[in-house]
Design a binder for this molecule. Sequence first.
Ligand SMILES: *Cc1c(COP(=O)(O)O)cnc(C)c1O
Length: 464
Amino acid sequence: MALHRQVEQQDEVEINPLYVRELHFSVPRHRLAEHGLLPDTALQAVRDELTLDGNARLNLATFVTTWMEPQAEQLMTECLSKNMIDKDEYPQTAELESRCVNILADLWHAPEHGSATGCSTTGSSEACMLGGMALLWRWRARRRAAGADATRPNLVMGTNVQVCWEKFCRYWEVEPRLVPMEAGRLHLRGPQAAAQCDGNTIGVVAILGSTMDGSYEPVGEISAELDRLAASGGPDVPIHVDAASGGFVAPFIQPDLIWDFRLPRVASINASGHKYGLVYPGVGWVVWRTPDALPEDLVFRVNYLGGEMPTFALNFSRSGANVAAQYYNFLRLGFHGYQRIQQACQDVAMHLSGQIARMEPFELLSDGSDLPVLAFRIRDESAGFTVFDLSERLRTRGWLVPAYTFPANLEHVSVLRVVVRNGFSKDLADLLLSDVQRHVRVLAAHPRSHVPLAPAGKRQSFAH
Ligand SMILES: *Cc1c(COP(=O)(O)O)cnc(C)c1O
């Protein structure tokens, strides 16, 4: 009986290449089906659905890598089965992680060569969480040692921070001291940061660069203002640099910009390996200036690598593939390879912004000279269409260009943002420009014929 049923079942599934012709076939959605499918059928069914996703290469909303070399993909496939956390079983994967930490620490001018303190994470969000926790723990220890109250911590940052910092504050019950944007100041500056600091400030977050427009916050200026504050008897406040994107850009194309561990006040830095580190998601990195910037009781030491690699993470299991791919990129590209790629991205961003600036309705808010990112708005309220309309029209050809409103105090400003990444060539940029031009012509000629797609003033969700 059992055998017979099995054969019957097999017959049934073997006709499955015809599944699309059979009305009764539908993919199980919310409950497991009793029986499975042949692998090719399952593959096809899942692929079919995923064709509805946007085209990753035309996704100008995201900072995250959408293309890697076939060799890197092969390496990642080979490493997918290795669990990063099993450092005992996969000591060489752990060794590659340690090398990547040291390479980044060197790029960011950390004082300790070859024995840097840091780790890989699932992305910058986890890395920021770890950086923030270290600040919080150190602040508590300082307060307790001084016999002061250690129950009301705050963190100073701009309203333009990525959502991970609001999460950090919510999860750890830290008061977020958000410095609003102003017209002409789209990110945190030194005087405004220092003005928000007091004895309960665990740190200041400086962003390289801002999610909103790609601009770099002036870490040097913020640091100098905090130096002044400390010298005048105020609190001595450390800086964490959220260099999710810029950590892999500035060292290569803005080497003279002083934003990293060259500033003694910078305690820790994070970056996303899966953004301009050019690895598929998800991998991030966090590095501390010195071992003492990372409180001992947050660190779990493993001694089979000579005690060099402290482990500090929120999650446990994760594939080793991304770390291997990060190291592959470091080997494959070297300093000059990264420099050429980031420079090419910046050249394309500057080309785009130069052309956008010349188009009648637009005003640039950033031109791509910091991160290769440009943000622009519609200059004239009476243009008859909004950035949301244009964003939606661009989507008809597959371009994903997000439109969103700025945070406090510029909620009335809505912009379009283009993130230029590896693989977005000048040819593609020119195609985008001609599509923008075409849509602007149509929208301007028929100002009220379209339905607004999102009410102006409503903050849209946008990628990262
Ligand atoms: C993208 C981004 C993050 C979050 O990074 P993930 O790697 O996506 O977790 C945090 N901060 C900034 C400034 C970012 O751009």
